[in-house]
Design a protein around this ligand. Structure first.
Ligand code: SAM
Length: 266
């Protein structure tokens, strides 16, 4: 794949969006995706934001992958307005506006493409690295995205802060650590009835079996059906693991900074 820093035009792939996610971006959303891509390539010259710079790879691994986790919420925008009742992802309440947080967003994934796709949602982009979030802030301004807010901090502290604890309808987490660490980071932020979404590559049923009792007893979450995908271009394995918040998280969690990663729950 090319690592050329000159931005090319991102592919549109309307049929692939439609076939795989039952949704297509509007023309305006495609313009924002292109601007996002160009902004990330530019930022990559100063910061190590992503190794994914090829336009097709960016489309698949950053745009498509980010939106795959919210497939059940996506509404057809170009074609029919009839809901896709064959959608296999969990039955989640679709009435906006939603409060969403993306933990360890880095350069803005999956939260930024989601903010573009769902302009009625509000997305908080959380990361402990100020430099990355300074970049994300500039990008939000440049793209005139007003429904996303950067937040610098450690999730272990944010998860104990009343302004954030159990305040989010949807909590997203991609490429931040092992699943047992991610659940401790994510579940305390989910409000009762809301969902945590773990974006994973490979996923084994044994992992779910191991994790489920702990999530249930300590964190107040219940495992929902797992969504398994193949990425549409390279046919890579992807899984989205959904945990529904059914009871308050025990006050002890998340444990202090560094502990969830040093001593994972499972
Ligand atoms: N989610 C993005 C993606 O999928 O492209 C970025 C993933 S990057 C590998 C992991 C990010 O998580 C880093 O930007 C790091 O600063 C952030 N991170 C790791 N531990 C964190 C914590 N405890 N609190 C907040 N952010 C954290």
């Amino acid at each position: 794949m090319s690592t050329n820093l000159t931005p090319s035009t991102l592919p549109d792939f309307p049929a692939l969006w439609q076939e795989t996610l039952g949704w297509q971006p509007s023309v305006a959303q495609n313009v924002l995706f292109q601007q996002l891509y160009e902004g990330i390539l530019e930022g990559n010259q100063q910061l190590n934001l992503t190794r994914i710079t090829d336009p097709v790879e960016f489309w698949e691994k950053h745009l498509w992958d980010s939106l795959s986790g919210i497939k059940a919420f996506l509404q057809p925008s170009r074609e029919s307005l009839v809901p896709d009742l064959s959608n296999p992802t969990p039955d989640i309440q679709k009435t906006a506006p939603f409060r969403v947080i993306d933990i360890g967003t880095g350069a803005g994934f999956p939260g930024l493409p989601i903010a573009i796709a769902q302009p009625n949602w509000h997305v908080t982009l959380l990361d402990s690295t100020r430099k990355k979030l300074d970049f994300v802030s500039q990008l939000l301004e440049r793209l005139n995205i007003t429904n996303a807010t950067p937040l610098v901090g450690r999730v272990e502290q944010i998860g104990r802060d009343r302004a954030h604890r159990e305040q989010y309808d949807l909590v997203l987490i991609r490429a931040v650590g092992a699943a047992s660490i991610c659940v401790e980071y994510a579940l305390p932020l989910v409000k009762i009835g809301g969902l945590a979404v773990l974006y994973r590559g490979q996923w084994l049923e044994e992992e779910a079996k191991e994790l489920s009792p702990v999530v249930n007893l300590l964190l107040g979450g219940e495992l929902e059906p797992v969504a398994a995908f193949k990425t549409p271009i390279t046919q890579g394995d992807r899984h989205c693991i959904y945990f529904r918040k059914v009871a308050p998280t025990q006050p002890l969690y998340p444990r202090p900074v560094g502990i969830p990663a040093q001593k994972p729950l499972v």
